[in-house]
Design a protein around this ligand. Structure first.
Ligand SMILES: Nc1nc2c(ncn2[C@@H]2O[C@H](COP(=O)(O)OP(=O)(O)OP(=O)(O)O)[C@@H](O)[C@H]2O)c(=O)[nH]1
Length: 236
């Protein structure tokens, strides 16, 4: 039997790691104080050779809570013209384990491949697992979906909104990398609106319809019908 579920407001995945604690020193700010540009710090960068190309990996910390985020970059981001970009939300099950319950892993790989082919672009990998409810709550949500709930109903049954993500750190992270405007790979119009509202010029939205399979048909149909994703049911 699973352990009893904690109250939703204690369940957010915001625990600081050891490295983040070192970086934070005495600087932890209370949420809402200052501006997004002050909340995020670029800690360090390194080369990251990958299957698709030689990326640079940039590590950021959110000074409000110690949450760590990364950017995978290729080419001259500060050069002229909007940068091919993806703002990807963490999905351990899809990105690392090859889960077929969602389309996340296929989208991440497709984005890296497109950026490598173009020779310029960036992926912000935001640690907002499970649309912000965290990994263990996503497992609870999957359990409910095993029993018949859809992805929105499962979040709601656990006491969460369907989507808890925020995009306020995207603008300062991109600015730190020299990006002035993006061509955004996404099927999610709410993400485009959220980025524009946060001060990120989105010059173009590029669909990224990959990874449909028999195990995620219902999930993708719910994203289209309840969450507003621009997904053609017959798209590959
Ligand atoms: N709570 C919850 N989160 C999920 C589920 N399936 C995937 N996720 C999370 O959803 C996030 C990805 O959301 P999506 O809606 O696929 O993508 P999006 O980023 O809004 O839109 P795209 O840019 O088109 O991919 C990741 O954080 C995943 O961990 C689920 O059934 N329940």
């Amino acid at each position: 039997m699973p352990d009893p579920k904690p109250a939703p407001d204690t369940a957010r995945n915001v625990a600081a790691t050891t490295l983040a604690h070192q970086e934070l020193g005495g600087e932890v700010r209370v949420a809402g104080e200052g501006s997004p540009a002050e909340w995020v710090r670029l800690v360090d960068s390194c080369d990251l050779p990958t299957r698709w190309g030689a990326f640079r990996l940039h590590g950021f910390v959110d000074l409000r809570n110690g949450q760590e985020h990364v950017a995978l970059a290729l080419g001259d981001l500060a050069g002229s013209g909007p940068v091919l970009a993806r703002v990807h939300s963490e999905c351990l099950t899809g990105d690392a384990f090859g889960s077929r319950r969602c389309d996340c892993g296929a989208q991440l790989e497709a984005a890296m491949e497109r950026i490598a082919a173009e020779g310029r672009g960036v992926i912000l990998y935001m640690r907002q697992e499970g649309r912000g409810i965290g990994l263990l709550n996503k497992i609870r949500a999957y359990h409910l979906q095993d029993d018949g709930a859809d992805t929105v109903q499962a979040n709601q049954a656990l006491g969460f909104a369907p989507d808890l993500r925020s995009y306020e750190l995207v603008a300062p992270m991109l600015a730190r990398l020299g990006v002035q405007a993006v061509r955004l790979m996404t099927n999610n119009p709410r993400k485009v609106d959220a980025l524009q509202a946060a001060g990120v010029p989105v010059a173009e939205r590029l669909p990224i319809r990959v990874g449909r399979n028999p195990a995620n048909q219902g999930y993708l149909d719910t994203k289209r019908s309840k969450l507003g994703h621009l997904l053609d049911p017959d798209a590959g």
